[in-house]
Design a protein around this ligand. Structure first.
Ligand code: ADP
Ligand code: MG
Length: 240
């Protein structure tokens, strides 16, 4: 579904992604691991053109993703993104947060958008919060709303950039559970996370980034029990 070929990204002199090759199949859950600064966020952001790559190709299904071949807003509809900080609109209620983009971008009727939004809130366990403002929610609830908001665009794939890193530990599980459910339903997902339990349990594949290159790519079983690279062994020694 997503194919990345020889992707390079620089920030001025800093060579952040150094030739990434990556494929994500439909319904696959790929977890990207790596130390802070290894390029995980930059890679995700390049996938839906929040950052502009310097070299290489990105394909989504049969379309080359670049400003010449495709409308970037279309890519961002097809490939949704969930961030560490939820970025909900503070002056809008939960349901208003969710229906805004479907009405403006997908041109849904308000009634239809509300109905779909309520179903999504049901799905993330927050139907009773539809009419409250984000400030009344816990971090875990805000992140679940943010996931519902992404789903409201009917994305073909979802990218998650450390979706639980800003949460108090007791709130992490409720967000991971929603993500696990999405994975089980067959959502194609690329997830950057430091939650090793989630990675091990839910990932179909682990991609380990080290200093802008993929140092290792394997099944969770292999990665966590018998990593092949020294860098991965060092990383696991620190995080486990
Ligand atoms: P990770 O998500 O793995 O922690 P990032 O992709 O955020 O890593 O960052 C990789 C490197 O690129 C880091 O050295 C970071 O400081 C640098 N970087 C990231 N974004 C920018 C930016 N907008 N401008 C300059 N440098 C950046
Ligand atoms: Mg990051």
């Amino acid at each position: 579904m997503i194919k990345v070929k020889n992707l390079h990204k620089y920030f001025k002199d800093l060579h952040v992604l150094k030739g990434i090759d990556l494929e994500v199949k439909s319904k696959e859950v790929v977890v990207i691991l790596g130390a802070s600064g290894s390029g995980k966020s930059t890679l995700l952001r390049c996938l839906n053109y929040l950052e502009v790559k310097d070299e290489g190709e990105i394909w989504f299904e049969d379309t080359k993703v670049d400003p010449v071949h495709i409308k970037l807003n279309k890519v961002r509809e097809d490939i949704g993104m969930v961030f560490q900080h939820f970025n909900l609109f503070p002056h809008k209620t939960v349901i208003e947060n969710i229906i805004e983009a479907p009405i403006i971008v997908r041109k849904l009727e308000r009634e239809e958008a509300i109905q779909q939004g309520m179903e999504l809130l049901e799905k993330v366990g927050l139907a009773d919060k539809a009419h409250v403002y984000p400030e009344k929610l816990s971090g875990g609830q805000k992140q679940r709303v943010a996931i519902a908001r992404s789903l409201a665009m009917n994305p073909r794939a979802l990218l998650f950039d450390e979706p639980t890193s800003a949460l108090d530990p007791e709130l992490v599980g409720e967000v991971l559970n929603v993500m696990k459910e999405l994975a089980q339903e067959g959502m194609t997902m690329v997830v950057v996370t430091h939650e090793m339990g989630f990675a091990r349990e839910v990932a179909d594949r682990i991609v380990f980034l080290d200093n802008g290159v993929i140092a290792e790519e394997s099944t969770p079983e292999q990665f966590f029990t018998n990593p092949q690279s020294e860098k991965a062994r060092q990383f696991l020694g620190k995080v486990l």
